[in-house]
Design a protein around this ligand. Sequence first.
Ligand code: HEM
Length: 508
Amino acid sequence: MTQNSKPLVMDFTFTSFFQSTTTTTAAIATVLLFAAVLVLVNLLFVNKRRLWKSSSTMVVKRTLLGTMGWPFIGETLDFVSCGYTDRPQSFIDKRRLLYGKVFKSHLFGSPMIISTDAEVSKIVLQSDANSFVPSYPKSLTELLGESSILRINGCLHRRIHGLIGSFLKSPYLKAQVTCDMRKLVLKAMNTWKEDRPVYIQDETKHIAFQVLAKALIGLDPGEDMEFLKVHFQNFIAGLMSLPIKLPGTQLHRSLQAKKKMVKLILNIIADKRTHNVAISQDAKDVADVLLNDKNEKLTDELISDNMIDLMIPGEDSVPLLITLAIKYLSDCPKALHQLKEENMELKRRKKDLGCVTCWDDYMSSLPFTQNVITETLRLGNIIMGVIRKAMKDVEIKGYLIPKGWCVLTHFRSIHLDDNHHESPHQFNPWRWQNRDMSNCSNTYFTPFGGGLRLCPGLDLARLEASIFLHHFVSEFRWVAEDDTIINFPTVRMKNRMPIWVKRDNYSG
Ligand code: HEM
């Protein structure tokens, strides 16, 4: 091979181009050109791969459509007035048609992104406090203690949530609640008369409050219970009031009521400490659980404050769940018949065995009753959604949520979306047949929220509803008076759900 001999490929490629140049120049030029070609090919190839890669993971940026309404009040008036009608969904449905599943608005003094998209809502709920924190109306924030479980974030929140959640799910508490609830339900039912209506919403509120106060601070019916109940009603009257604290305002009255309740609970805690209940390992109520914790941040003030704040999500929701179930059952004789059969069957079985119904029977041996409860949660939307505030710019599914904006994850829209639930406005407990809803949450069904703030009282709510329904349907027949569901500011029955009852001799 001569000096001119070059690798064949190169020779073949560049010979004609270099034929008039000297050998050295040609060699240098050849190397340079070859390098350039390599770089070019490389650049093209790598970039193309990058392009392919980015297009496969690329999220389309989406613009948030919507209107911000009037200065300051935004679209709040529209939202609220729709809430009072029998079509509370219309505010959102109208905008969803115009702007898509996620849109912007301005509600309750804040720019707000409304999500009716199950995946977007799920990501928001599952985000930690670096991205989103809960946001409440100013009056509510004023009434909640600074260390309220509803307000705190991060480690302390996780700790308190975990402690409370595991106690509320414990077999000990479920057994105690079953026993208390049974006694209270039977006591209330014994006072019912056939010649006057029974107001189901009031009856269930009275019972559920006592069960809750016992579970939280170990309080038994009596003077202190009545004191707590009266002041709690004054306290919650201010949750949605004007955020002005001057004497004479509702907010001021509510704060005074809270002070009185805190004083009572501090006395109970002091009593527990004196009697060493707190040091014992067998916590009998939530206050014991928090007193037992070695974390020095859990002061007596923090605990007593939290006991009251814990009553807020727990007090109204369970009675409403039971009341709505009875409303829907009154309108659906087929479901009522099946529910009655199932509960009579359990009653007979227990009678034959000579034992009382325990919490596990209510949770596991009454599948249709649980389906009725699940369906009531879906259709009733006791909590229509929750609001979170973005702590930084967050991008979800291509939507940019700017720092400082709020997101309303609207559960009701998802629960009533016919893409996720067939004939969504129909009460159909059979739709839950053969579906495991024990964790009470999937992407399209979130009555108890999700993520770090998933309701710790969800088992308790199901258990209480199940016990009430068991005694109610197995001992009574009833006729419901006409009543309507109000959806704003909270879900409730306009006339407190009056029914006329008759003791049933039905034996199945
Ligand atoms: C039908 C009954 C109930 C429903 C529909 C319900 C619904 C909810 C929802 C949606 C949340 C999430 C709030 C958020 O993400 O900001 C929540 C939180 C909470 N619920 Fe329930 N709840 C019910 C019963 C109860 C009961 C009986 C208790 C007992 C004390 C309870 C205690 C709590 C607490 C403490 C939180 C706050 C959790 C946290 O922020 O870490 N709830 N509930």
